[in-house]
Design a protein around this ligand. Structure first.
Ligand code: ME8
Length: 525
């Protein structure tokens, strides 16, 4: 168990369109880390929300024929619904159109402007921006960064269209912060920016030509006004990134929330928005005299059956559809088990069904169902009283007790969800092998005490599995723990190990399967 507080954030999502599987993925990863840390005794602040200003959102509202505020209220609601659909345990949901956030942005701007850069210059100065802008990426690009698409047209490195923009703008003296940024990234092996390949990418960007950054716009007005100059609104990324300190209570730095939670322990993001989080954001914070986040982790990109996910290709995966089809916890398990976290991954229905049937229904589900049914039939529906333990029993219990340490490292430190699950499943198979090898059913008449011991040890194994997989599959594990008679207040990790052992004699409800097999009604062949 640990006690230190823990602050974790998702990106705040643009409300130009409905949420899809990619948004659900990042938030799910954060939810699992947040739940794990809470079970591990930490005081967690888990934040998600919506990014509602900027040209992209303004254009989407116009295309929908509605005033921006009315439009963002509705679309933000869909992201809030996603948190319920996916059973996310976020403590706060921030919207950048909220008064608390506008106040926080303006104060951050004032502080940056009031301080000098490391070169002793003004951090913010007024000039004119003449250059490329991509509304889709909400990003400025230098000529040298543009690439040609298949038709020979100049586009952003992401493939997004760019337009020429020329307007008065405030600039942030990003170039002056190079050394401080490099210091922040630390020595090789430090995990301020993870995974390592992303860290290298960021360092080579910062070591290159670091242009000053345009941080205000004048050609439209859907944004936070720049303090003392109403003709300008803040660049949407400065506004958006600030959400992370707004929710921590900024500018009230004396508040308990701020003192407890800032700097954030982890900003989880997709690889597309790495630069904003690891270059611009820490530079803004340092310029304002605030601490930068402890860590940014950038994960990979999902494709759908090998294709880029996009509205125009018509292959957007709606979280509600797959949850309705496969079940919520099945989807949660699949997304974090299928792809090594950090890598790109491909969504495939076949792979989903494969994992549901083999790993959830066969391996884990059958283990629980077999053991609980035998207890129900042969032990009067009560947790059996174990007799003397044999070597095989001790070995299985020791393996169960030893699981928390490595899973904590993989999940809470390295965010290698796939490895955590794969280790847990090694134990699921060990427990299945134990039950098959010890044959409790064979001792029913000849040695009922031995049968009771094996079923008790197997039930303890299931209790440990259910405790440990709660962050991934909270509802299913709750059902399993109910069926084991584990009280609701005995499910955190302080009950992991012998101190939380099942109490013999506790009456159990009749067992019912937690992980059914998926039968494909819609299969065409
Ligand atoms: O960038 N695979 O918002 P956004 C994996 N508002 N993850 C995906 C994905 C996919 N195919 N598609 C989206 C923004 N994501 C800004 C963020 S933060 C201060 C402001 C996830 O709505 C992934 O986390 O475009 C990605 O970084 C994020 O959604 C982009 O969401």
């Amino acid at each position: 168990m640990r006690t230190s507080p823990y602050y974790i954030t998702t990106p705040i999502y643009y409300v130009n369109d409905s949420p899809h599987i990619g948004h659900a993925y990042t938030s799910l990863a954060c939810d699992v880390v947040a739940r794990f840390n809470r079970l591990d005794g930490r005081n967690v602040l888990f934040l998600t929300g919506t990014d509602e200003h900027g040209q992209k959102v303004e254009k989407s509202a116009a295309a929908d024929g509605r005033p921006p505020k009315e439009f963002v209220d509705e679309v933000s609601g869909r992201f809030r619904d996603l948190t319920k659909l996916m059973n996310f345990s976020n403590d706060d949901f921030i919207r950048t159109t909220e008064a608390r956030h506008i106040r926080s942005c303006q104060e951050l701007w004032r502080r940056i402007a009031a301080n000098k850069s490391p070169a002793g210059r003004e951090n913010i100065y007024l000039d004119t921006y003449g250059g490329w802008y991509s509304v889709r990426d909400e990003a400025f690009y230098a000529e040298s960064e543009l690439v040609k698409d298949d038709n020979g047209v100049q586009v952003a490195p992401s493939g997004a269209p760019v337009e020429w923009v020329e307007e008065p703008s405030y600039f942030f003296r990003l170039g002056d912060w190079r050394d401080r940024l490099l210091e922040y990234y630390g020595a090789p092996g430090s995990n301020t920016v993870s995974p390592e390949s992303r860290r290298n990418e960021v360092i080579s960007f910062v070591e290159g030509e670091l242009f000053d950054l345009s941080i205000s716009r004048t050609s439209f007005n859907w944004g936070v006004p720049v303090p003392d100059d109403d003709a300008h609104i803040m660049y949407v990324w400065l506004d958006a990134l600030t959400n992370y300190i707004t929710a921590a209570g900024f500018p009230d730095e004396d508040s308990e929330t701020y003192k407890t939670f800032w700097p954030a322990d982890l900003h989880m993001v997709g690889k597309d928005i790495l630069r904003f989080h690891t270059v611009y954001w820490p530079a803004f914070l340092m310029a304002a005299g605030l601490e930068p986040p402890k860590r940014v982790f950038a994960h990979g990109w999902w494709t759908n059956e090998g294709e880029k996910i996009s509205k125009s290709l018509g292959n957007v995966i709606e979280p509600a559809d797959i949850v309705a089809r496969y079940g919520l916890d099945q989807v949660r398990y699949f997304l974090l088990r299928e792809v090594p976290f950090g890598n790109d991954g491909d969504f495939s229905h076949r792979a989903m069904i494969g994992r549901i049937n083999s790993e959830l229904a066969n391996d884990f589900g059958n283990l629980a169902q077999r053991v609980l049914s035998m207890i129900n039939k042969n032990c009067g529906g009560k947790i059996p009283e174990p007799g003397a333990l044999l070597e095989a029993d001790e070995a299985l219990l020791a393996a169960a007790h030893g699981l928390l340490g490595p899973v904590r490292t993989e999940l809470a430190e390295n965010h290698a969800f796939h490895e955590a699950l794969s280790d847990i499943w090694v134990f699921v198979r060990l427990a299945n092998g134990y039950v098959a090898g010890q044959e409790p059913w064979a001792h029913k008449k000849s040695d009922p005490e031995r049968m009771a011991t094996v079923l008790y040890v197997a039930a303890e194994a299931i209790r440990h599995l259910a405790l440990l997989t709660q962050p991934f599959m909270p509802d299913s594990c709750a059902k399993m723990l109910d069926q084991l008679g584990v009280p609701a207040d005995a499910r955190d990790f302080s009950f992991f190990g012998p101190q939380g052992a099942l109490a013999p004699g506790v009456e159990l409800p009749p067992p019912s399967p937690v992980f059914p097999r998926f039968v494909d009604d819609e299969a065409e062949d």
